[in-house]
Design a protein around this ligand. Structure first.
Ligand code: MOS
Length: 731
């Protein structure tokens, strides 16, 4: 990449100097019209009009067992059935949503509804009926379906998203000596990502070449997973995922549909379409692990935190390294010179766990931000003042500076807008008829990461640009922001820039996950655009630094040359690549925010209504105010779900996920959501990326449920530490 991009001393980049005014603006979605008019094909909607066959999954009928036989006779003799496929590859198909490796499963069922066979038929209806005729015989094995009774038995996983243990100093000693000791345990249930678009795939073979259309977030990993699952080389597979109806982590890895459609298509010699049913999405993709979180905080008598421990136990599945990293923010967010963050994992024979939106912060901050509220109350200090008093100046774990940390500014701005000074000071002191009114607040933080990503910019002889990258748009606005970055950098009107995404034949990208997508893919487009500028400068015989691109013209001194003239009938293609560490790695980088909630709790029924929700965030440069704000609305709504409603219920006797559809797994609906307010501060973080932006996608979900829980306490005087805070717990 260009050297000056890395030079933090410059502080100003071509993006800052650009005059188009396109970057940051809340322009409408690039693909919005296609989506709302039904013209954007989602995974299942490809190959319309071709002679395709339809797959249907035969789900495992038990929580944990060894399969002894699969009787496919009745299914196979049904008219219209083309094949019934079984074997280890079928049973492996949902085994590993995060990693590329296929674990050895040897004909065993590890969770209820794990795929055991696949029926391929002339129609979806025939396939579904045939699947019901497949008889699976098994030898039941003893299963482990909950973690509550196994507290303290967890192990440290070394294959997770962060170290199992992060320590500094001697927490136990400091805690024993602390003037004030706080020790509470919080629990969060298992959750489901519940993306709107079910996991679906269409697979087609041309000789030994496999093309798969699927709904996936990380195409360059996913293509490898499909190849491993099918048992072929990844170079033989092309994966396309141009439009995605939400992923939220559940599509970071492939669903079983991708491998099953591929196996089925190979078996019958025809393209196969396979959509998981909603029930199967709940039972055969992945979940967020339930957590038991102990928070211990030592403080001085006047309310200064001296030591901090956050110890979590969570669940995952057999052979899985991933765990819900609840302490991920705790490591740097809270002060204390003696610190301890641990994660222990208990294996359960339930659906694989994986990342669900803001893995770590989403559950961890439900606990820690409630704990801070409890502590502030113990000290009789306003929760905002308590946070101000305990704001660390640098990363308390690593002793390095924060690249930028505007947490207190977010809190202050939020307090002003929310009218925090009118907060009921005493819990259960404000009442409107039978409704108890309470206000609460919480911090938000989300670690920032930059991932390797590349993109090509093609400029045609007329000076139109096309951005090409295997990046995905999971509903977050990637198409739009990449178009904005390219247009701004290249001095082109928005409608002169096309964006091609979601295809592994395009330059390898970071994919969408962990809130790194916009920054990583966006930076690669930035770097590619710099290369276009350099090429133009070379052709004009001037220094790139002196060149301004605007309205389709290169401006150098008093010369104004149209792009078409510079290109001389040629099409140019340049590739830009960003690597982690290209900007800076000597700071702690995170996005920050603050949430404010007003709730009304019905004194008779225990029903909680969220009346107001305000989030203020600081996440570096905002690339598109509208899509960034929408991401935050999404986070706020998740917060309502996690505070009040969401809970994946597993039957501890047999491992069945009881509420396996959207009728029973409650997510907030319109009636649950008040008018949402989001304010994003003008911000730049020159260490985070060449764009000076940071992750925004998962910021707003972090802490928001705790703000609601804190408001419930302020309304009622009742403190609930077992999420969700349902009506029964408040009566
Ligand atoms: Mo996100 S949970 O990394 O899609």
């Amino acid at each position: 990449m260009n050297k000056h991009v890395m030079n933090e001393a410059i502080g100003e980049t071509r993006l800052d100097r650009a005059t188009q005014g396109v970057i940051g603006k809340g322009v409408d979605r690039y693909e919005g019209k296609l989506k709302v008019s039904g013209k954007a094909p989602y995974a299942y909607e490809h190959l319309v009009g071709e002679k395709v066959a339809y797959g249907f999954v035969v789900p495992g009928p038990v929580g944990r067992a060894k399969v002894t036989s699969i009787d496919t006779m009745a299914a196979q003799s049904l008219a219209g059935v083309l094949a019934v496929v079984s074997g280890d590859r079928v049973m492996h198909s949902s085994a590993q949503p995060m990693g590329p490796d296929v674990p050895a499963m040897k004909g065993e069922i590890y969770h209820y509804n794990q795929p055991v066979a696949l029926v391929v038929a002339e129609s979806f209806e025939i396939a579904r009926h045939a699947a019901s005729l497949v008889k699976v015989e098994y030898e039941a094995l003893e299963g482990r379906y909950e973690i509550e009774s196994r507290r303290g038995t967890g192990r440290a996983s070394d294959g997770g998203p962060m170290a199992a243990d992060t320590k500094r100093g001697d927490f136990e000693k400091a805690f024993a000596a602390a003037e004030v000791q706080f020790d509470r345990t919080y629990t969060t249930p298992a959750y489901h990502a519940a993306a709107m678009e079910p996991h679906s795939s269409v697979a087609k073979w041309d000789g030994d070449q496999l093309t798969v259309w699927s709904s996936c977030q990380l195409l360059d990993l996913n293509v490898q997973q499909i190849a491993n699952g099918v048992g072929i080389d990844a170079s033989k597979v092309r994966l396309l995922s141009p439009y995605i109806g939400g992923g939220f982590g559940s599509k970071l890895g492939i669903g079983p549909d991708a491998v099953l459609a591929s196996l089925g298509a190979r078996e019958v010699g025809r393209p196969v379409k396979l959509a998981l049913t909603r029930q199967n999405v709940f039972q055969a993709t992945s979940r967020r692990g339930e957590t038991i979180q102990r928070v211990r905080i030592g403080a001085t008598r006047d309310g200064r935190i001296t030591c901090f421990a956050h110890e979590s136990e969570t669940a995952n599945a057999e052979g899985e390294g991933f765990f819900e990293p609840s302490g991920i923010s705790t490591v740097f967010l809270y002060p204390g010179s003696d610190r301890l963050v641990t994660h222990r994992v208990v294996t359960t024979d339930v659906l694989t766990t994986s990342a669900v939106r803001a893995p770590g912060e989403a559950t961890g901050m439900l606990a820690t931000e409630s704990a801070l509220d409890e502590l502030a109350e113990m000290f009789g200090i306003d929760p905002i003042e308590f946070r101000r008093k305990n704001e660390p100046e640098k990363d308390p774990q690593e002793d390095v500076p924060f690249s930028s940390r505007r947490l207190l500014e977010c809190i202050d701005e939020g307090a002003k807008r929310f009218g925090w000074s009118d907060r009921p000071k005493t819990p259960a002191s404000r009442r409107e008829g039978e409704w108890l009114i309470g206000w609460g607040m919480a911090s938000a933080s989300r670690a920032n990461s930059l991932m390797a990503s590349s993109a090509e910019i093609e400029m045609d002889p007329a000076g139109r640009a096309t951005v090409k990258t295997s990046m995905t748009d999971i509903g977050t606005g990637t198409y739009t922001i990449l178009q904005q970055i390219a247009a701004e950098m290249l001095g082109l009107p928005l409608d002169h820039v096309d964006v091609l995404l979601g295809d592994t034949s395009l330059p390898e990208s970071s994919g969408s996950g962990g809130s790194w997508g916009a920054n990583s893919a966006g930076s690669s487009v930035y770097v590619a655009a710099e290369a276009v500028v350099a090429e133009f400068a070379k052709r004009l015989g001037v220094e790139a630094e002196t060149l301004t691109l605007k309205d389709g013209h290169a401006i150098s001194g008093n010369r104004q040359i149209p792009f078409s003239e510079i290109l001389e009938g040629e099409t140019i293609r340049v590739t830009g690549k960003i690597e982690p560490g290209d900007t800076s790695n000597e700071t702690n980088q995170a996005s920050y925010g603050a949430h404010f909630a007003e709730v009304a709790v019905n004194a008779t029924t225990g029903e909680t209504r969220v009346r107001r929700l305000l989030t203020v965030g600081a996440a570096g440069r905002i690339l598109n105010m509208k899509t960034a704000t929408s991401q935050c609305y999404g986070g706020q709504i998740w917060g309502i779900g996690y505070a009040l409603e969401e809970e994946l219920v597993v039957d501890a006797r047999n491992g069945l996920i009881v509420n396996h559809d959207l009728a029973e797994y409650h997510v907030p609906v319109h009636a649950d959501v008040p008018k949402l307010d989001v304010v994003l501060l003008e911000d730049r973080d020159p260490y985070a990326s060449p764009l000076a932006g940071k992750g925004i996608g998962e910021l707003a979900i972090a802490g928001v449920g705790a703000a609601i829980n804190n408001a419930i306490h302020n309304a009622t005087g009742i403190r609930i530490r077992d999420y969700p805070v349902t009506m029964d717990k408040l009566l």
